[in-house]
Ligand binder design. Structure first.
Ligand code: ARG
Length: 231
């Protein structure tokens, strides 16, 4: 529900994920949630004239929090899917993503998703990677983790054979956080688009879409993109 914020605008609760680099993660120095999604939702709030109260949680909590209308807005690199649209409203798409595989740098057996039969593939529970694996790779053993970092660490330690997850997160983690121990393999497996989520029939969808369109037009979106994905 909306409350009056300091600026006089309404304050809305925003559910986000606790660890999905570079979209949302805790900045240890500031104690604030930072990342592409965080900058975007703060810019949207500025543009639309409301305040946000950001709460970080496990990804499945964001999805169920939208279904139960526990929070006003959800932003967590959430893929717009037909199934989710039955219970959740989405903004216009704001980011093009997809799924990708990572393996240990020493691994020469897995070069693409065609090599997954009999292998253990880790991902985060409740995500599109989990459903993709269930639908397309019944011969692989799927291990789901409450957080993706655990999956990557098990991959580095050789306890699982591969991780499947969102392209931007896999690429970012492999490049910045894996200490050279992991590599990506194969093509983008399934094109996906992220949307900002709302409880069904939320009146905020229109305002957020309008603000998003303005930020795309006036270059703010590009600035935020550049900050997190630029060279
Ligand atoms: N895009 C995928 C999905 O919607 C994974 C999202 C994971 N996001 C996160 N913040 N951990 O299922």
């Amino acid at each position: 529900g909306a409350e009056d914020g300091e600026s006089g605008g309404d304050t809305y609760t925003v559910a986000t994920d606790n660890n999905f680099v570079p979209f949302e993660f805790l900045d240890e120095d500031t104690g604030e949630m930072e990342g592409f999604d965080m900058d975007l939702i703060r810019a949207i709030a500025d543009e639309a004239g409301f305040e946000v109260d950001i709460e970080a949680m496990k990804f499945d909590g964001v999805v169920t929090g939208m279904q139960s209308a526990k929070y006003d807005i959800g932003i967590a690199g959430m893929t717009i899917t037909e199934e989710r649209k039955e219970n959740i409203d989405f903004s216009d798409p704001y980011y093009d993503a997809g799924l990708m595989l990572a393996v240990h740098s020493d691994n020469t057996e897995i070069e693409s998703e065609d090599d997954l039969a009999g292998k253990t593939v880790a991902t985060r529970s409740g995500t599109t990677s989990e459903s993709y694996l269930q639908e397309n790779h019944p011969d692989a053993e799927v291990e789901t983790f409450p957080g993706i970092v655990e999956a990557y660490m098990d991959l580095q330690a050789g306890r699982v054979d591969a991780v499947m997850y969102d392209v931007p997160n896999v690429q970012y983690y492999v490049a910045n956080d894996a200490e050279g121990e992991l590599k990506t393999v194969g093509d983008i497996l399934q094109g996906e688009q992220y949307g900002i989520a709302f409880p069904k029939d939320s009146e905020l969808v229109e305002d957020v879409n309008e603000a998003l369109a303005t930020l795309i037009d006036n270059g703010t979106y590009d600035d935020i993109y550049e900050e997190w994905f630029g060279e």
